[in-house]
Ligand binder design. Sequence first.
Ligand code: PMT
Length: 403
Amino acid sequence: MLAGKRILLIVAGGIAAYKTPDLVRHLRERGAVVRCVLTDGGAQFVTPLTLGAVSEDKVYDSLFSLTDEHEMGHINLSRQADALLVAPATANMLAKIAQGLADDLATTLLLATDKPVLVAPAMNVRMWGHPATQANIDTLAGRGVTVIGPNEGDMACGEYGMGRMSEPLEIAAAIENFFAANGRLTGSRALVTSGPTYEPIDPVRYIANRSSGKQGHAIAEALMRLGTKTTLVTGPTQQPDPPGVQVVHVESARQMLVACEAALPAEIAVCAAAVADWRVDTQTDQKLKKNTGAPPPPLMMTENPDILQTLSNAKNTRPGLVVGFAAETENVIANAQAKLARKGCDWIVANDVSPNTETFAGDANTVHLVTADSVEDWPRLSKAEVGERLADRIADALEAGHG
Ligand code: PMT
């Protein structure tokens, strides 16, 4: 996941610095190139020799080193990195970054950089809880600095609470997520629909379907991981909101359409929701009463707006790439091709939803990617894998100039 990523690791003066050689190892195992900067405080806990050995690179520690400046120039240290990671980020270091101080090599680099900065705070529980530290964290987060942790637990000072630096494996995972989220689709916006719609009959009853939202949510998450600013418009489901995705909860098809239109403009739209084709025209404000002996009330239906078709044909706001789904129980490909033409979208992901397939609500899906001139059969995959593969195909298409 970190193949080729260049990380400038700034080690500040906290006891958690003893974990940084392990952190360097985990980052390098993932393919990252790690270069270390050690503050005076950091050097009290870990030696340049250790960090140099595990990073297989020179360790930088002085702003006024003639040799280093001659060889590299301190500004180049951050120029040559894809991201700066401060671990451990002590209360003092966070305060300096927040204030824009530049009184040593580490803080000068942090002030001079235009690269993403991530910090892994580590300090005593009361220092972490102090309003000054919290204000500094808010300032840094507001400037786009990614804050990793801290964790709750036993501390070197004998106390217990929030302030332990995240474990090296957690920091490595957070960095992977960071780069994934700043990936191939960074800068683009995506709209994804998911789940069923509920079409009310009266205040207590509704018509719905078996969609769980698993597929749509997985697609939204996969697009977000590639860097899209993703809005997920979902009908009622048990699925947790995917972190990092903006989620709009709706109930009916008409509400879903309003939310989708509000989420535009977007470069990508994926309609995976199982939207009710019809709603009850005879919806009542009062609960329908059962009158003994009387026949059940008839339900008159009327057609719902077609969200996929509306997005595909929007004059000024049509997303560059519109992907629909086709839930079929027979003639899967032929029906999907007909839907592609009728609705005016660019691709259709066709899936068989016959009862024995468990496509609805199951964890796996067998899909066919149908375009105007091709049909691609994908193997049976988990819904998460379908989401990832679809997100990759969308990134391929956008990189090739589609949309
Ligand atoms: O949610 P899960 O349990 O994970 O199940 C996933 C799924 C089976 C729901 C999903 O993979 C799927 O197939 N979604 C589309 C379901 C559907 O409504 O298919 P359809 O063939 O009826 O509709 C075709 C397309 O038009 C779909 O993109 C649908 O979102 C869209 N549509 C349909 C009706 C309508 N009024 N508005 C729409 O936008």
